[in-house]
Design a binder for this molecule. Structure first.
Ligand code: NIG
Ligand code: FE
Length: 415
């Protein structure tokens, strides 16, 4: 099957010229080609370049999209979500509007544990149905790959139910999904006074089972005050690594207890959040080559200050942005909105925001050899936007500017 995108007004390739990630000034180079064509065969990009250079003889039975009115970008990679959950927490949202904090609500037994109760009480079939709707809506906003974390089960059955749901959804839905085990998302109520026993349960029972069945590619821990300590996180992540999982850490979000330094120490693929990261820890991340996944929507939604994106980029850390879609700290999965917030509040440039939402996000999932840019050999995940210039995408916020989504070379139809 062939598809030709012809005369594209502006092709934003996000090419790293053979590299798998962008850092420093490289994040500002989007590899733009004006009046371009992209030729796709069997779901893979075969050729990109100026439209007049396209060799027509490559084309046999290609469908053609006349793309004169469109800017083309790589499909967005949402590298940090908690998309699989039941229920909702608008009451907590209202409490926060009246001045209560996320931490205070959690200390009173709300927050993550509220969603754990609702998710434990929902069947796999029902959970998947809820998730499918969300995945459809995400794709309409240009996301073509999403990471999903478990973490609303907090016991063996509940966590496995979540990971099996993600595994099945990946087969049934066009969205590419990356499963992450986040059994250490909060201390389960049953272990309130003996959290170390839960850590043991994760290390001795849950993780080995998940690894054996290959149910997760990454292991993550919410390492923060009131959740898991650095020592507990080290224990879980070291075990996960020994079982062949790759590592992510929810780090320096509510407080800085040393979680991002642990990410560097363990050579984690990514450290995520980082609202409270300091300069020394930034240097450590840079040395370790760990990707910083920043979550602008969380700072916006909780009002707790933004990560030091400029400091991270200027120090040479690869920065990605993601939605963190979840019912507590960011009830949005709009990647273009995350880009707007990154530009207006974190002083990232529109170019950096696009690199962060595509190639670098793919790198934070160890998938940037296949995804995140529009280059020959890569999977044809492409979005077309009817806008005058790529900078318009983050600029005109609160509306959906995505006109067409191409996933593995197929144009998706939305009902
Ligand atoms: O990334 N920080 C921990 N977990 C989520 C929040 C999950 C929830 O509130 O349900 C986050 O912010
Ligand atoms: Fe999160």
């Amino acid at each position: 099957m062939q598809l030709l995108l012809k005369n594209i007004r502006q092709l934003v390739t996000v090419s790293a010229n053979g590299g798998l990630v962008k850092t420093g000034n490289g994040m500002s180079d989007l590899g733009i080609i004006e009046n371009a064509s992209v030729f796709i065969e069997d779901g893979t990009i075969r050729w990109t370049g100026p439209a007049h250079d396209f060799r027509e003889k490559l084309r046999k039975d290609a469908d053609v999209i006349e793309a004169r009115d469109y800017v083309a970008l790589p499909g967005f990679v949402d590298a940090h979500t908690h998309l699989l959950f039941a229920g909702s927490r608008e009451n907590e949202f209202a409490m926060r509007a009246r001045g209560m904090t996320y931490q205070h609500i959690a200390e009173m037994g709300g927050g993550i544990l509220n969603t754990v109760k609702a998710t434990r009480g929902t069947t796999k079939k029902e959970l998947k149905k809820i998730a499918q709707k969300r995945l459809d809506a995400m794709m309409q906003q240009g996301t073509t790959t999403a990471e999903i974390k478990s973490g609303y089960g907090l016991n063996e059955d509940g966590e496995i139910k979540m990971l099996e749901s993600i595994y099945e959804l990946e087969k049934e839905h066009p969205m590419s999904l990356v499963p992450t085990f986040l059994g250490a998302h909060a201390i389960p109520p049953e272990y309130r006074d003996r959290p170390d026993n839960y850590v043991n349960e994760i290390c001795e029972r849950i993780l080995p089972y998940i690894a054996k069945r290959n149910l997760a590619r990454f292991c993550d821990v919410f390492c923060d005050r009131g959740y898991f300590t650095v020592d507990q996180a080290r224990k879980i992540l070291t075990k996960a690594k020994s079982l062949g999982l790759q590592l992510k850490i929810h780090a320096d979000e509510l407080s800085n207890i040393g979680a991002s330094s642990l990410a560097s120490e363990l050579g984690a693929t990514s450290a995520e959040h980082l609202e409270k990261i300091g300069l020394e820890e930034i240097t450590r991340l840079q040395k370790a080559g760990t990707v910083a996944v920043l979550l602008p929507g969380v700072s916006f939604f909780l009002g707790h200050g933004y990560a030091n994106a400029r400091g991270l980029i200027d120090a040479g850390v690869a920065v990605a942005i993601a939605s963190d879609f979840n019912p507590g700290s960011c009830m949005s999965f709009s990647m273009p909105l995350m880009m707007t917030i990154a530009c207006t509040q974190m002083k990232m440039t529109p170019e950096e925001a696009i690199s962060a939402a595509t190639l670098n996000a793919a790198a934070s999932l160890k998938l940037s050899d296949k995804l995140g840019s529009i280059e020959p050999g890569k999977q044809a995940d492409i979005v077309l936007c009817e806008i005058p210039d790529y900078k318009y995408l983050a600029y005109h916020f609160g509306v959906n500017l995505i006109s067409k989504v191409i996933k593995k070379g197929t144009i998706l139809e939305f009902s």
